[in-house]
Ligand binder design. Sequence first.
Ligand SMILES: Cc1cc2nc3c(=O)[nH]c(=O)nc-3n(C[C@H](O)[C@H](O)[C@H](O)COP(=O)(O)O)c2cc1C
Ligand code: SF4
Ligand code: SF4
Length: 296
Amino acid sequence: MSEIENSILKIDIENCTKCKECVKDCVANLFYFEQDQLQIVESFEDRCIECGHCESVCPVNVIRLKFHKEEELESSSVREDVPIYDKFLNLVLKRRSIRQFKEKAIPKKVIDKLLEVGRYSPTGGNSENVYFTVVQDRSTVTAISRHITERLTTLVNALEGPKGRDLLKKSRSEEEISKVLENLPSIKRKLVMIEKGIDFWCWNGELIIIHGDKVEGGISSNSALAAAHIMLAAETLGLGTCSLGYLTGFVNEYQTIRDLIKIPSNHTVGYCLTMGYPNVKYKKIPARKPLRVQWF
Ligand SMILES: Cc1cc2nc3c(=O)[nH]c(=O)nc-3n(C[C@H](O)[C@H](O)[C@H](O)COP(=O)(O)O)c2cc1C
Ligand code: SF4
Ligand code: SF4
């Protein structure tokens, strides 16, 4: 046998040096040796997550995954210039949530760089199941914010009187209503800020909305990880970002917003970020709680 081939990969067995690196590294344990020959398990095609580790670890380049073109594979050695720890820590410490942006638009090619970082962020089981929606158009951002404000204003007004509460009971569960009532003072405070012209929901920045199929697992963790990577990458490009937890909830809840930015009906939004060129400078790194850790 000079080749192993199936719908996912091809191995040039003749040139395999039998180093067993692929056997040791495959997360799904799909390779083994028998009679001094590399073999793959029968259920390979069902179990392979196409993470590319086997191809990446093989020293003689004899494993090929079929889902990409050969020339797309880049040698890791050209990416060896990674930041040293101190520089990386500086990046982490100096990052602040930015809520004041200049009017300057972000060039598309800069956002492409952020999306490339998002694309390469890890996903559970290498599911690669996150999608990105970029909202650069400021009038759409304003429309999203206005819509949230209008919905909340209507809700708050309805909750002020017993009549409105009775009406709400018809469309919402007791639990939902008591949750809103609990948050009422905080919602009202935000509405006052908004009245003063502050865009509390999106901070008037450009948006990256990260989403994926509702029935697939891990959308929120995968989205959060992609967002975390993007936030740090943004710093290196002179951009500021802010997580938008409220917006994440509202996009999931309000169909009108989903329609505005064409979030597929079978998708859930895992994370929202606002971004732009900062119009604020922080002189100090804020203190944080002491590390809480246990070691065994
Ligand atoms: C999951 C998550 C959701 C957040 N949601 C919002 C939000 O909706 N609006 C906002 O202004 N900031 C939001 N933030 C930003 C936090 O308030 C901020 O990260 C925190 O106060 C620490 O400040 P720093 O990011 O400048 O270190 C969110 C942060 C996280 C991690
Ligand atoms: S792509 Fe990943 S899961 Fe599939 S065989 Fe290679 S190492 Fe194993
Ligand atoms: S990593 Fe490459 S050379 Fe080593 S055993 Fe696997 S296929 Fe053969």
